[in-house]
Design a protein around this ligand. Sequence first.
Ligand SMILES: [Zn+2]
Length: 76
Amino acid sequence: MARGHQKALSQQRNLKKQDAAKKGQGIDQKTAAQKALNFKCVVCMSQLPDPKTYKQHFESKHPKAPLPPELVDVTA
Ligand SMILES: [Zn+2]
């Protein structure tokens, strides 16, 4: 009797754990994806996660192109 009860309990616990893991992952992936789409290179349309990365990308890939105004104040 006791064994069967414990088994059921641990199954419930496992289910809850899996559920929480799924939910947590879903939220993290969504926020990460949204953040990753914040900046788009005006020259090659690459998507960059933040202004520093964008500026570094711009200076290395398009050194001859004029720097977009939103990147002028960014210190890489
Ligand atoms: Zn680019």
